[in-house]
Write a protein of this length. Sequence first.
Length: 81
Amino acid sequence: MMQHYFDLFEKLADGSSIWRTCASGQLTHKQKLESLADHSENEFYSIDIESGELLPFKSARSKFPQSIEAGGQFINAHQKC
């Protein structure tokens, strides 16, 4: 089975996004998103590095019901996963 790698982002109130971390594997990916969401009221999403697919994340605390749309400003402090 192929290992997937993800970049995880936080969508800020002004519509910009900031890269928060990376994750390898579905379980680690989900755990990291849940941990980030536990510390912020903002939305989070990830991008599958291989396919480029954008994956919205809905936490129980999320106050934004709409899905993440492509576009907007990215603040990227990327490091290798």
